[in-house]
Design a protein around this ligand. Structure first.
Ligand code: ADP
Ligand code: MG
Length: 858
């Protein structure tokens, strides 16, 4: 049997190490794919599948993409969650003996994108790693494009998933056994790419980056992640910062469902940023600021001092309109320093990036003076706004103001920067001016006015004489080079000599320019930590000015923080709904809670504004805890440690999640994890099951929160019957969204008032929706029968809860029982419990039963 050609054998040898990636195999001007890769890629990329001889009888499937347009194809594959291994020729084909040597130079994966076209400016692109040892999980994440590297310890795998969801992680690096166990869930639920990293590099390789980490699992997670990044990227990753340990407890905790329900960074329905809190608050001027804003919204603070620091700065900026405007203009000119630092380290930066860097750095002194002008006392911005003057000066001196995109074709470096380069350029310039003079001289010598000196790539410099004038040349004056239809082209030895000089000088200067550029890049590389620190300062300032801008435009107020668990919001609004509806249309509402008023039970018809009101309170808390002003006339609030939101299954718009089970799981989450410092929003919980079931569950949950947790809770319900709980639970207050009825039709006022809603209005809403009149009429009749039933139900709910479980059960036998009766029943139950059935004959049992019944009847 014939065997594969050497090239195919080489392909297979390389492919072996990249089973889970498309191998882009460089062949001349194309990247080719073979075998299975080719079949799959032709389908995914909609390119033609061909085949080639490979030494065996069967032809090998093949498809390819041109080298120069490969980027778009790679992007398509990465977006679909695939990986692409770039395999280049690593020796000059002309010099190669046998098959040209090839190597994979980079593995591009969803979590390791560096290409500025593929990355979204205002979004991070995270890759994470998880390691586990017993009940301890190390979770580390990195944005390769910015160099951010963080790590934490978590004690449940769900918490790791939660972090992944919160950060929008694209790729997770794990060990085999972890991938086997959790890979499918991660892939399905979060759409992440799973990557394996079996071998861990020696920790000495990462030195300072992991020096501050103490716990072995933290270290292991970071080492796994870095090992993977170095293995796949195969280059300097000097921009990756020291691993920063964080604790989820230091931030306001929200699980992924709560975050989604509150539409913090994207809407539930469209998954768009538009319509989210992030969209509302984003007045950032830089890409870095945009990314930080999202991170801030994802992790509101819980430390009052840190919150105050932000808020006070926002206040300053809010009041100084002109300074803020100026600041915004300066910020707008600041380029994405974080990603730029990444590309400098990565080695794919060009001269245009450097010009942008220069312009950015030029803004820094102005930004600093605006900021320092606002603040009187010494502050952190004095040092953190570091203009990196040396870098600015270097770039100013070295790089042309309008350089080309390519760094390999010259035109990058300014005159006067390098002596040698200047000499080459001088030589080339001299040569060119000699040639320019030559034309004059030769015209003069020969008397041919139309004589020209020209240049083309193939023949170089030449003297051109039209056919009509050829007779004016002396025999052997020039050397004939090329004949055209009506002219002849000539050369002379001096011309060739000068030409060689010019071309050599140009070639040398292009090479030298590239070398100089690389040197400058290496020099700037040493400033990466300073550039990153500057980027951090700028992005913080950008976020804070964004808060100030929005707060001023939308008339927000500075929140105060209450020590005594009070929550007072006067004329509060739902920030996003208000923006969408318009300030005039939105009806503001108060919210008042304190230690005697912990639970608000909200009733009111559908569409009245219950859900909006509840979210309004949560969003106000979040805005305050990220350091922004809040949409209200006045606000005082506690600092919450966690926020839980659960939306009744029937209201849950997210497809696939609307099962009652999920609803209950989330409720469990809130009930088991909330503390008295948490905020719970339960919006029509219990809707996903039958009325009595649902109502019973809702009541039980309310009682549990009231008696055992004491968290601030907003509980909306369409179970009107639950409002009687107000009489039984002292810290529960009924409030309702008022409606007015005009000639039998309801008008929504969207106004919250104390007390329970007087009725449900469901039928009124149906009427508004213009259901057939017969349906409405019939529904009214049926309602009357139901309402009669409800009265008995209300009686059950109202019955004060007793402390003994036995007693609680008894109350089901008989709703109204006297103390004496209770004593008796208790005795009977006691007797029943103590019967030793196994020792009794059927007759004994019969007798005992008779005895008990007699007691009951007495
Ligand atoms: P519910 O939960 O009671 O069924 P929603 O909170 O979903 O009602 O509100 C229904 C609609 O009413 C919202 O889409 C919004 O347009 C409008 N709405 C809610 N609250 C207000 C308000 N305070 N002012 C103006 N319109 C509001
Ligand atoms: Mg609702």
């Amino acid at each position: 049997m014939a065997s594969y050609t050497p090239m195919i054998l080489q392909y297979l040898e390389i492919k072996k190490d990249y089973e889970d990636a498309f191998l882009f195999f460089r062949l001349g001007d194309f990247y080719e794919m073979f075998f299975e890769d080719a079949i799959k890629a032709s389908r995914e990329l909609e390119i033609t599948l061909t085949s080639r001889e490979g030494g065996t009888d069967e032809r090998i499937p093949m498809c390819g993409v041109p080298y120069h347009s490969a980027a778009t194809y790679i992007e398509q594959l990465i977006k679909k969650g695939y990986k692409v291994a770039i395999c280049e020729q690593v020796e000059d084909p002309k010099q190669a003996k046998g098959v040209v040597k090839r190597e994979v130079v980079q593995l591009i994966t969803p979590g390791t994108l560096m290409d500025s076209h593929t990355l979204t400016d205002k979004e991070n692109n995270y890759i994470a790693s998880i390691t586990s040892e017993g009940n301890m999980f190390g979770f580390s994440y990195c944005d390769l494009s910015t160099g951010e590297l963080k790590v934490t310890l978590l004690d449940r795998v769900e918490d790791c998933f939660n972090e992944c969801a919160l950060l929008g992680v694209k790729e997770i690096v794990v060990a085999d056994d972890f991938a086997e166990k959790w890979g499918p869930i991660l892939r399905e639920r979060y759409g992440v790419t799973i990557s394996l990293q079996k071998e861990l590099d020696d920790e000495t390789k990462f030195g300072a980056r992991i020096a501050s980490l103490s716990h072995p699992e933290e270290k292991a997670a970071v080492i796994r992640l870095l090992s993977y990044l170095y293995r796949t990227q195969k280059r300097s990753l000097d921009h990756i910062q020291e691993a920063l340990y964080y604790q989820t407890e230091h931030f306001l905790k929200m699980d992924e469902y709560s975050k989604r329900n509150l539409e913090l960074t994207e809407t539930i329905r469209t998954k768009d940023k538009k319509g989210s809190l992030l969209w509302l608050l984003d007045e950032t001027m830089t890409a870095m600021g945009g990314r930080l804003l999202k991170a801030w919204i994802d992790r509101p603070l819980t430390n009052e001092k840190e919150i105050q620091e932000r808020i006070e700065f926002v206040e300053l900026l809010k009041e100084k309109f002109f300074e803020r405007q100026e600041l915004r203009e300066k910020l707008q000119k600041v380029y994405d320093l974080e990603r730029l630092a990444g590309r400098i380290a990565f080695g794919n930066v060009n001269a245009r990036d450097f010009i942008q860097l220069k312009h950015s750095l030029k803004q820094v002194p102005d930004i600093q003076s605006i900021i320092l002008g606002l603040l009187s006392s010494p502050n952190k911005w004095e040092t953190s706004l570091d203009a990196c003057e040396e870098v600015h000066n270097l770039l100013e001196k070295a790089i042309h103001d309008n350089p080309p995109v390519s760094v390999k074709e010259g035109g990058l470096i300014k005159d006067g920067y390098d002596v040698k380069l200047d000499q080459y350029r001088e030589a080339s310039r001299n040569g060119k001016s000699w040639i320019a003079q030559l034309e004059q001289e030769e015209r003069h010598k020969t008397g041919i006015k139309s004589l020209k000196v020209g240049y083309n790539r193939v023949f170089g410099y030449y003297i051109e004489v039209t056919r009509a004038n050829l007779h004016l040349l002396k025999e052997g004056q020039y050397e004939r080079k090329q004949t055209l239809t009506n002219a002849e082209r000539f050369i002379t030895p001096e011309l060739k000599e000068k030409e060689a000089l010019i071309l050599e000088a140009e070639e040398r200067s292009i090479e030298l320019e590239y070398d100089l550029f690389t040197e400058i890049r290496e020099e700037v590389k040493t400033y990466i930590p300073r550039l990153q620190a500057l980027a951090k300062a700028i992005s913080e300032i950008d976020c804070l000015q964004s808060f100030a801008t929005v707060s001023e435009e939308r008339h927000y107020v500075k929140p105060a923080f209450s020590e005594d668990r009070k929550l007072v919001i006067q004329n509060g609004r739902h920030a996003v709904v208000e923006k969408v509806l318009g300030m005039q249309v939105y009806v503001p509402n108060d919210c008042y809670m304190n230690p005697e008023r912990e639970l608000l039970l909200i009733t009111g018809p559908n569409m009245a504004g219950k859900s909006t009101y509840m979210r309004q309170v949560a969003l106000t808390a979040i805005m305050a805890q990220i350091g922004c002003f809040v949409p209200a006339d006045a606000a005082e609030m506690p600092i919450f440690d966690q926020i839980f939101t659960r939306i009744g299954a029937a209201d849950d718009l997210v497809s696939g999640q609307s099962t009652f089970m999920v609803e209950m799981l989330e409720a469990k989450n809130a009930l088991t994890k909330a503390t008295k410092n948490s905020l719970i929003l339960f919006d029509e919980i219990g809707r996903g099951t039958s009325t009595y079931d649902g109502m019973a569950l809702a009541q039980a949950m309310i009682e549990y929160i009231h008696n055992h947790i004491g968290a601030k809770t907003l509980f909306s319900t369409h179970y009107h019957e639950l409002t009687v709980l107000g009489e039984k639970l002292p810290k529960l207050t009924n409030i309702h969204v008022s409606v007015s009825e005009e000639r039998g039709k309801v008008v929504f006022l969207h106004k919250l008032k104390d007390g329970a809603a007087d009725k449900s209005y469901g039928i009124h809403v149906a009427q508004l929706a213009e259901l057939p009149i017969e349906v409405i009429k019939r529904a009214r009749e049926i309602l009357v029968t139901f309402e009669n039933k409800d009265e008995t139900l209300a009686a059950v709910i109202k019955e004060p809860k007793s402390q003994q479980p036995e007693e609680a059960q008894l109350s089901f036998f008989d709703v109204e029982v006297s103390d004496e009766e209770q004593q008796k029943q208790k005795l009977i139950l006691e007797k029943l419990k103590n019967l030793e059935l196994m020792q009794m004959t059927p007759l004994d049992a019969m007798n005992a039963l008779y005895e008990l019944q007699k007691m009951m009847k007495a």
